[in-house]
Design a protein around this ligand. Structure first.
Ligand SMILES: NC(=O)C1=CN([C@@H]2O[C@H](COP(=O)(O)OP(=O)(O)OC[C@H]3O[C@@H](n4cnc5c(N)ncnc54)[C@H](OP(=O)(O)O)[C@@H]3O)[C@@H](O)[C@H]2O)C=CC1
Ligand SMILES: CC(=O)N[C@@H](CCC(=O)OP(=O)(O)O)C(=O)O
Length: 350
């Protein structure tokens, strides 16, 4: 074991975002994964459990209480909501940096969090210290943070284009903002659930969370940071598609007179390696980002409308830019490393 490398732990390493962290970190030149937890697979070798990682790791899953997390410099929580809020504070008290992929520290208003997550928050004092890690918009805060609240997948896919428009005051304040979003089934995690069965989710398409998805207050909070008066104008409907990975957002907005959404995106993201603004007439596809830490966006002026209405298209891989990739990007920024370290893998086609 090299002492010069940053020592990393992953709590919940058998889940979809956990194994994605392992895949991405396998070739990280400045990081060594030292501890991986699973309650159900404790004692099993990573390489036996995930043959895709054979040759990359000589590690065994441990029960969270037995794992060497105190010896780590950075710990990722790739666990269901409600775990990090109980387990992270002890690590934070030891000075360890934490990147939480769950929603435990994303919402600043505790009452709103408790309403949407239907549980009592166990470490409210850490909420205000957490930095919401939409990487492209918080680089300085992330660099100085000890605790990162890694954004949800829909809030990343929708937030990246919207924030560019918000920063430029481009959105009309009296118009609705509507995000029509689709996710692959891996967004629901690896736990056994009837809705995720092949014969339920395959060859099927449906909306869900229409009455109020957990990501609604998260996206509204992002909007509020720039324009509280229009946060309540935002609504979104997620849909489940028979994809494994991938997320697509179609966002309908009305912009102030004369604003060109594509020009705003190009200016906002010209120096961001992971946001690709595609030229006019392009159609971002989920498979063009599969396995990559990239968000591809473009915009169309809505045809034959009088007002300055625009249709924005945004795609990510929910497990990469929507979760583990952005988490590694945030870790790189926290550690003062080049943001792209270990994240330059190309998308998988077909
Ligand atoms: N899937 C996605 O696309 C995205 C997921 N997220 C968020 O990331 C987090 C992880 O998601 P995902 O990987 O999909 O989830 P999974 O259900 O696939 O994996 C959860 C992991 O956590 C472990 N775990 C479960 N309960 C506990 C517990 N009480 N204490 C310690 N470990 C536990 C599980 O292993 P074991 O039970 O063996 O301990 C497993 O390794 C979630 O909060 C999710 O909302 C965020 C963005 C996108
Ligand atoms: C397809 C699917 O079920 N997707 C998940 C999104 C997962 C996620 O990012 O949720 P957290 O905010 O809890 O981390 C969902 O809609 O609940």
């Amino acid at each position: 074991m090299s002492e010069t490398k940053t020592q990393v732990g992953i709590v919940g390493a058998t889940g979809y975002t956990g194994v994605e962290l392992l895949r991405l970190l396998a070739h990280h030149p400045f990081v060594e994964v030292r501890a991986v937890t699973s309650r159900q697979e404790a004692g099993k070798a990573v390489a036996d459990y995930f043959p895709s990682l054979r040759g990359a790791y000589d590690l065994v899953f441990q029960a969270p209480d037995d794992a060497d997390l105190s010896q780590c410099d950075v710990v990722f929580f790739a666990t269901p909501n409600g775990v990090a809020m109980k387990e992270a504070p002890a690590l934070l008290a030891q000075g360890i940096k934490v990147v939480d992929l769950s929603a435990d520290y994303r919402i600043q208003d505790v009452a709103t969090w408790q309403k949407y997550y239907k549980m009592e928050h166990a470490s409210t004092d850490w909420i205000s210290k957490a930095v919401y890690g939409l990487s492209e918009w918080k680089r300085d805060d992330i660099a100085a943070a000890q605790l990162i609240a890694n954004p949800g997948c829909y809030p990343t896919c929708v937030g990246l284009p919207l924030l560019a428009l918000l920063q430029q005051n481009s959105l009309k304040t009296d118009a609705a903002i509507i995000a029509d979003c689709k996710s692959g089934v891996s967004g629901a995690g690896r736990k056994a659930e009837i809705g995720s069965l092949f014969s339920e989710a395959g060859d099927n398409f449906k909306a869900y969370g229409v009455a109020g998805h957990r990501h609604l207050p998260e996206i509204r909070q992002t909007i509020s940071a720039f324009a509280p008066e229009i946060a309540q104008k935002f609504t979104f409907v997620p849909h489940l598609t028979p994809l494994i990975r991938g997320m697509h957002a179609t966002i309908y907005v009305e912009l102030n007179e004369g604003v060109d959404a594509l020009a705003v995106f190009q200016a906002a993201y010209q120096d961001s390696a992971f946001v690709d603004v595609m030229p006019h007439g392009s159609l971002p596809e989920t498979r063009s980002v599969r396995g990559a830490n990239t968000c591809r966006i473009t915009a169309y002026r809505a045809p034959e409308t009088e007002a300055n209405q625009w249709i924005i298209l945004s795609v990510i891989d929910n497990l990469v830019k929507g979760a583990a990739g952005q988490a590694v990007q945030n870790m790189n920024i926290m550690l003062g490393l080049p943001e792209q370290t270990a994240l330059n893998g190309m998308p998988l086609l077909p």
